[in-house]
Structure formats: structure tokens, C-alpha cells
Design a protein around this ligand. Structure first.
Ligand SMILES: *Cc1c(COP(=O)(O)O)cnc(C)c1O
Length: 396
């Protein structure tokens, strides 16, 4: 029945509560995938249920021809808690990326013309990183530096250039007056949780100022609290011109956003972009409730930071036991366990963990992500690490 584009695990999930999830045969699992960095409040969160019920009794959808209070409140919350100034809401991360790319192209096109509107140069190139992931639409795919995803769908969007992640020399060689934007995940999610180095970020800052180039941070996976800061850029010495977010923003309802500041604010004008569903009252009401937990109830500042440190401590102990664990990487609860892929494969660990009641997801060949919800308890972390230890023992 379903289009065959996923190698799904042979399990049908029925319900969940907090960090636990249950299949249709009643088996219990600890969920350390969180719907791939989405369910930040865990399953069946009363906060989300309440917002869904209350808002669905008022308004579910009105289109973007009109204002709604939940959308205005959410835009205010996001801009009040960051250096960003404008927000456009989408239904997914990929759609937020598409908008960021359109802003980049138009920004460059505007700067490519003289005051009479005659084209004098072509400043529309977009630089992206090797091993990045920005989504599966044709635009997002064009800046996703992974041949296995791109190859079957060529030709993709033109005038994009790949740069090696964290390679300062390569970046210097590639960015020029022709560059409209540089797009990157400050911490690469799908390919193994590698973080941009301070030197690389410093060079991006320097070159983007020199060449009047927009900097786009894709925080779809690493943003909205998972690193222990609301926005991932807060971990770096750079405030991007454009940020994309999604995943944890909605705690499970489909919502994304593209945020801008300064020179990126007024690039697009009425008629340049739109979305029928984007930021409808229902999803915005839920995101407001989620952000209230994350920000006002200090779930990020307290829990993510504390549980992150606790998890790292436990995982470092595991690393001492198994010499094929190379590194515990990441920030907050955006954690990855890096294995020696000559000895053990991420996908084998993930499958064995599932059979033993723990949901995990790989990143690349040799990293397993450790993504509990933000309100995870210490005992749940203990239990997950214990299952992982058992699984590694079996696979050894
Ligand atoms: C998940 C993800 C996307 C795509 O988001 P969707 O909601 O699946 O469209 C883009 N960029 C990053 C970094 C992601 O992790």
C-alpha cells in the first residue's frame, strides 16, 4: 500500500507515554529517537493534548489571508527569544529550507542589478557543505551534499557549490562576490553530529561580511532546545541572517519556520511566497504550548543541560568498557555515539536495540543518535544505557 521509499522496521506502534512507547502486541520500548528530534515533550504530553483540544474548539485553519492570535503569539515568542526579527511558518523543515533558498536567490539577484534594473553581475551562487542534509525536495536536495540522495534526481537546481565541512581553506577558495549565501547545519544531524569548528564559523563570518553574503543556519534538527540553548547559533560566535527550524518546534505537529534578520527581512515582498496551511492556528497553538515549556518553564535551560551532562557521564563509562566506541559527541541532548565502523555498524546496533526494547536511530554509518525527549528522567537514561550495554555485548 505504501510507496516503497523507507526500509521500515517490522513493528506497528500504538501508543506512548512520556519516554515510553508501546507496539500493538503490548511490548514496551524506551524511545530515544523522539520521532527524529521532534517529540521534545515525549509521547502523549498533557501540554500538547490540552493545546490541541482547546484550539480545535476555536479555530483549526483560516489560511494566511488573515491573522490569527496563535500565529502572532508564536512569531513574537520566537523573535523575543532570539536576534531574529521576521518569521514565516511552514509545514515542514524542507519547506523552510526552500524559502531560505528563495530569499538567498532573490537577495543575490537584487545585488546583481544596477539602479536601473540592468543585470551587471550574477551574484546567485549558494555554497553548501559536504555531508549536509537539508531535505528531499529538489531545491533542498541540490544543497544536500550526499551523492546517494542527489544522483537519481539530477539535474537539480543549478549554481550551487559544495564546500568541505570545517575546511577553512576550501571555504576561502570558494566564497566570492558571486556568492549569495552560505548554508550549513551548525551541527550536522543526519551525517553524524559533527559540529562546526570555531575557526570555520569565524571564517564564514569574515567572508560573509567581506562579500555581502547571507549566512543560513539550518537548525531544523539541532535547534529548539536540543543543544541546551533554544537556538543552536547561541553556541557559536555568529548570528545568521536566516535560520530554519522545525522538528522540536511543534513537539509532534507538523510545523516549521524560516526566520530572518536585518538585510534578509525585506528581500521578499507580497506575492513572492506563500503557504495554505503554514502556521495555522492549530499547529501554532501547540508550538506556543511547547515553547512555554521549553522557555518559561526552563525545560531547556535546566533539563536539557542537566540530562545531557548526565547522559554524557553514563555514555563515557560505556566508552571505557568498549574500545570500538570512539567518541561521545554533541551538545545537550543532541548526542551521538561514534563507533569504529570496521568493527560494528550503526544499523546493526539500532536493530538489536529495537529487539531489546530501545529505539535508537543511526547517523551515517558509524554514529548512533541518543535523542531522548527533553523531560527524560535519570532512571530512563540509566535503563537505555543498560540496554545499549547489553546489545553491544551481544554484537561483540
Ligand atoms: C529533518 C531535517 C530536514 C528536513 O525536514 P523535514 O521536516 O523532514 O522536511 C532538513 N534539515 C535538517 C538539518 C533536518 O534534520
Amino acid at each position: 500500500m505504501l510507496l516503497n521509499v523507507y526500509n521500515r522496521y517490522n513493528v506497528i506502534f500504538e501508543k506512548g507515554k512520556g519516554t515510553y512507547i508501546y507496539d500493538n502486541e503490548g511490548n514496551e520500548y524506551l524511545d530515544f529517537v523522539s520521532g527524529i528530534s521532534v517529540n521534545c515533550l515525549g509521547h502523549a504530553s498533557p501540554v500538547i493534548t490540552k493545546a490541541l483540544i482547546e484550539q480545535s474548539q476555536k479555530l483549526v485553519h483560516i489560511s494566511n489571508l488573515y491573522y490569527s492570535q496563535p500565529q502572532l503569539d508564536l512569531a513574537k515568542k520566537l523573535t523575543d527569544n532570539s536576534e531574529m526579527e521576521r518569521v514565516f511558518f511552514t509545514n515542514s523543515g524542507t519547506e523552510a529550507i526552500e524559502l531560505a533558498l528563495k530569499i538567498a536567490r532573490k537577495y543575490g539577484n537584487n545585488l546583481s542589478c544596477d539602479e536601473n534594473g540592468n543585470k551587471i553581475t550574477d551574484k546567485t551562487e549558494i555554497i553548501y557543505m559536504k555531508d549536509s542534509f537539508h531535505g528531499r525536495s529538489t531545491g533542498a536536495l541540490a544543497v544536500t551534499g550526499q551523492p546517494k540522495y542527489q544522483k537519481p534526481f539530477k539535474p537539480l537546481m543549478k549554481n550551487v557549490t559544495e564546500c568541505n565541512f570545517n575546511d577553512v581553506q576550501d571555504l576561502k577558495a570558494k566564497v566570492s562576490e558571486k556568492t549569495a549565501a552560505i548554508i550549513l547545519e551548525p551541527i550536522q544531524g543526519e551525517s553524524g553530529l559533527e559540529s562546526a569548528t570555531p575557526e570555520f564559523i569565524g571564517t564564514i563570518k569574515e567572508l560573509s561580511e567581506k562579500y555581502d553574503t547571507l549566512v543560513i543556519f539550518d537548525e531544523i534538527q539541532c535547534g529548539m532546545g536540543r543543544t541546551g540553548k533554544l537556538f543552536a547559533y547561541e553556541n557559536f560566535d555568529l548570528v545568521p541572517d536566516v535560520i530554519t527550524i522545525a522538528k522540536s518546534l511543534g513537539g509532534g505537529v507538523p510545523i516549521g519556520a524560516c526566520l530572518t534578520k536585518g538585510k534578509a527581512n525585506d528581500v521578499l515582498v507580497p506575492g513572492d511566497h506563500g503557504s495554505t496551511y503554514g502556521g495555522n492556528p492549530l499547529v501554532c497553538a501547540v508550538a506556543n504550548a511547547v515553547l512555554h515549556e521549553l522557555i518559561d518553564n526552563k525545560l531547556v535551560e535546566k533539563n536539557v543541560v542537566e540530562k545531557g551532562q548526565y547522559s554524557v557521564k553514563k555514555l563515557e563509562k560505556l566508552k571505557e568498557k568498549f574500545d570500538f566506541i570512539e567518541e561521545i559527541r554533541g551538545k545537550g541532548l543532541l548526542l551521538g555515539i561514534k563507533f569504529d565502523d570496521k568493527k560494528i555498524l550503526a544499523k546493526d546496533i539500532v536493530l538489536k536495540a529495537l529487539e531489546n526494547g530501545l529505539l535508537l536511530v543511526g547517523a551515517g554509518n558509524n554514529v548512533v543518535r541518543f535523542f531522548p525527549p527533553f523531560n527524560v528522567a535519570n532512571e530512563e537514561i540509566d535503563k537505555a544505557v543498560c540496554i545499549l550495554e547489553k546489545v553491544l555485548g551481544i554484537l561483540l
